[in-house]
Design a protein around this ligand. Sequence first.
Ligand code: GDP
Ligand code: GDP
Length: 453
Amino acid sequence: DEDAALLSGEFADFPTEQEQRLLPTLAIVGRPNVGKSTFVNRILGHRAAVVEDTPGVTRDRVFYEANWAGRDFMLVDTGGWEDRVAGIDHRVAEQAEAAIGLADAVVFIVDVHVGITTTDEQFVKVLRRSKKPVLLVANKVDDERAELEAASLWNLGLGEPHMVSALHGRGSGDVLDAVLEILPEEGSTPAKPDGPRRVALIGRPNVGKSSLLNKLAKENRVVVDNVPGTTRDPVDEVITLAGREWTFVDTAGIRRRVNQTGGADFFASIRTQAALDRAEVAVVLLEATETISTQDMKIIDMVLESGRALVLAFNKWDLIDEDRRKELEWEIEKDLAHVAWAPRINISAETGRHTDKLVPALDRALESWDARIPTARLNAFLGTLVAAHPHPLRGGKQPRILFATQARSRPPRFVIFASGFLEHGYRRFIERRLREDFEFTGSPIEISVRIRE
Ligand code: GDP
Ligand code: GDP
């Protein structure tokens, strides 16, 4: 049919070489309040990055597409870090490590009026170890007097401090030019870690996390000695399942009984967040005997926000009867429709029922999480899809999809270039079909649309 031919013809208007490549990623790191969000907003040219007041429980990494001097790149903003809550100081370095690991280059921001703190020194260690190109930014250099203070930042050993006032824009163009110099033309997909895959067992208290962990540990081999090539924390445990090693993160936290007094919820959620930060895939345990609660949903949302792969495990299956089973099916349909793509297992940590299904579920989820769809295949798929289901006409206009590319994996993130705004419903439609056609099970996928005139 002519329309279809026309549309796919337009598709053949192939992306330029730059557009076919993976976009390079720039991470913005630094202590809270040094001006990371302000700097990100400055780069993006508008106030897109939300400045959040609440501690970094839910928000850890946010990706944006940015452009400077004709070059596209991804920006990862690591806002929401909180190093003021007692006992989680070490997390700052941990979070930095994760963000830096994702990036092709790093902008490290220091507040010129505060100067070098011990946290900054921690950052420097992480940056050195990463061997990634780093640009040191002295922020809040609003006037010439502040320029003198910036000189002390040479002591960090990261070279010249680039002086900026993110708030007023002073020096920001020069810094962005310098950023482009250290940012590679092409992004790299982070190498698959050599060590065991990292699993977080999460869920509200009493769902059976420690029972499941004990069951797995008891029936399978627990590796005691250090695994080379990994930075294993003593709170983690390596268990051999189905002949392969798996790192279960924060097992010490799971086994420690949560003190159910004031603030327990807050700390439970901090701990869940910490486990997610360090994991690649999350197994969310739910109690089959109980109605799916808002707390369960919140935990699932944390997984989605963290961008980790997801497996749903309904535990205590030994306790439910046929009636409850039906009721649960209905609850799942009603409350978990948005994660219908996650593999589901119905287990009993007590009897061991179906615990052998855990590994196949983890494998499926991680395979989707790691997946990379070649640009040509992605565009062939979209071409056919759009030809059969064009975007609805609105006011005589019809945005066209020009092409798409997978900007990164873990989780898969796609950028669609279109001639105009794509409606939410249409994006969802594309996401659903992407999931079906490429069998994305168990991984969140992100789609963003960039408008090209
Ligand atoms: P983040 O926590 O690192 O993301 O920091 P924010 O971007 O939220 O900034 C923290 C505070 O510093 C805010 O009140 C900003 O308005 C302020 N700030 C950021 N950049 C500058 C700057 O260049 N000069 C001055 N004077 N204040 C700034
Ligand atoms: P956690 O707080 O998530 O670590 O939960 P626990 O593992 O401590 O389990 C809470 C309670 O549920 C304990 O009394 C367990 O014995 C019980 N439990 C856990 N899993 C199962 C299961 O599959 N079946 C049954 N019948 N009880 C279970």
